[in-house]
Design a protein around this ligand. Structure first.
Ligand SMILES: [Mg+2]
Length: 313
C-alpha cells in the first residue's frame, strides 16, 4: 500500500493512495478514490483481479498516443505544468472546478494557447456546468478559433448532454461522455440516447479490460481510454485496453504520470514525443518502501479490501 505524492492538488487531495498486488500476469493496482462506496470499489477490484489473474484480450499495438492533462490551476501555473509532458498534440483542460468562475477557465484556456498555439484542446467539466454555461464556454472556444477536440462531460445528466449536443453539433463541437458512462448503472444508456459523440472508457470503474472492450463494441461510438490518476501499474492496464481496441482515433488520457511526484515502477510510464509504450511494468521494491503509507491507512485499505471483495463472491 502506497501513498504517492502529487505535484498539485487533484480532486482536493495531495496524495494518491494505491493498493498494489501481483498475480501470474503481473502487477495490478486497486485505487478507488477514498470516498467511493464498497460496492463501487468492488468494480475497481474486479478490474484489478482480472489484470493480475485473468484471461485478457491481447494488445495489438506497442504504443499509444496520449494527451497532456491540465488540472484546474491558475493561468500563471499552466506553462510549468505542461512543460512536464514534453511534446504533445492534445491537452485536456479541467474546467468548472468548484469555487472557480468561468473567467478562471477562460484564462486557463488562453494561457494554454499562448504557450502552445497549435495544440488541440479538450475541456473536461466533470459534469460541473449547467447547459447555458457550458454553451457559453464552448462558443467562446469556437469563436476564438481554437482547435476544439471535444467537450468532456460538460453537464451532468444524459438529458442535459442530449440538449447540449443539439446546440453544439451545428458548430462542429463533439461531446464526450465520461461520468455518464462510469457512474451510472448502464454504461450504454448515454450512447443509446444519442447524447454523446465519444465515450471515455476507464478500465477500473468499468470492471476490467474485457468489459470495457465489450462496451466499446456495443456502443458503436469512438472511444478514448483514460486513467484516474493512476500509478504506472494502473496506466499499464489502461494502455493494454487502448492497445486491444480495434479502432483508436483520439489521443488517450494516459499521460497522467506527469502529475505524480513519485511512482512505483522501475521505469515509470511517461510520454515520449506524445506516446507511451504498452506492456507490464515492473514494480521497484525500494519505491514501495519509500512511498509506503502509514500503518493506520494500510489497516483502512485492508479492511476496505475485505469488504469490497465480499461484494464479488
Ligand atoms: Mg473526465
Amino acid at each position: 500500500m502506497v501513498a504517492l505524492p502529487l505535484r498539485n492538488k487533484f480532486r482536493g487531495v495531495l496524495e494518491r493512495e494505491i493498493l498494489l498486488f501481483e498475480g501470474p500476469n503481473g502487477w495490478a493496482e486497486w485505487s478507488p478514490f477514498v470516498e467511493y462506496s464498497d460496492e463501487e470499489s468492488a468494480v475497481w477490484l474486479a478490474a484489478a483481479i482480472e489484470f493480475a489473474y485473468g484471461d485478457i484480450a491481447p494488445a495489438n499495438r506497442t504504443e499509444i498516443s496520449v494527451n497532456a492533462t491540465l488540472p484546474a490551476l491558475a493561468a500563471d501555473q499552466v506553462a510549468a505544468v505542461l512543460a512536464r509532458y514534453g511534446k504533445f498534440e492534445t491537452v485536456k483542460i479541467k474546467v468548472a472546478e468548484p469555487g472557480q468562475n468561468l473567467q478562471a477557465d477562460i484564462d486557463r484556456i488562453n494561457a494554454v494557447i499562448e504557450n502552445y498555439p497549435d495544440v488541440k484542446i479538450r475541456l473536461d467539466a466533470n459534469g460541473g456546468f449547467d447547459v447555458s454555461t457550458a454553451l457559453k464556454l464552448a462558443e467562446y472556444v469556437h469563436e476564438a478559433g481554437i482547435k476544439f477536440d471535444y467537450f468532456e462531460q460538460p453537464v451532468k445528466t444524459i438529458a442535459e448532454m442530449a440538449e447540449l449536443k443539439l446546440k453544439l453539433s451545428p458548430l462542429g463541437i463533439k461531446i464526450a461522455a465520461d461520468e455518464s458512462v462510469r457512474k451510472v448503472s448502464d454504461p450504454l444508456a448515454v450512447a443509446q440516447a444519442g447524447a454523446a459523440d465519444i465515450l471515455v472508457l476507464k478500465v477500473a470503474p468499468l470492471g476490467g479490460i474485457n468489459r470495457a472492450l465489450q462496451i466499446a463494441a456495443e456502443a458503436g461510438l469512438p472511444v478514448v481510454v483514460s486513467s484516474a490518476l493512476d500509478s504506472s501499474v494502473g496506466l499499464s492496464m489502461g494502455a493494454h485496453l487502448a492497445a486491444a481496441l480495434p479502432n483508436l482515433e483520439f489521443d488517450c488520457g494516459l499521460a497522467t504520470g506527469a502529475l505524480l511526484v513519485g511512482d512505483v515502477a522501475r521505469t515509470p510510464i511517461k510520454p515520449v514525443d506524445g506516446k507511451i509504450s504498452v506492456g507490464r511494468v515492473e514494480v521497484d521494491p525500494a519505491k514501495l518502501d519509500l512511498f509506503e503509507a502509514e500503518d493506520h491507512r494500510i489497516d483502512w485499505w485492508v479492511e476496505r479490501l475485505e469488504r469490497a471483495y465480499a461484494h464479488l463472491v
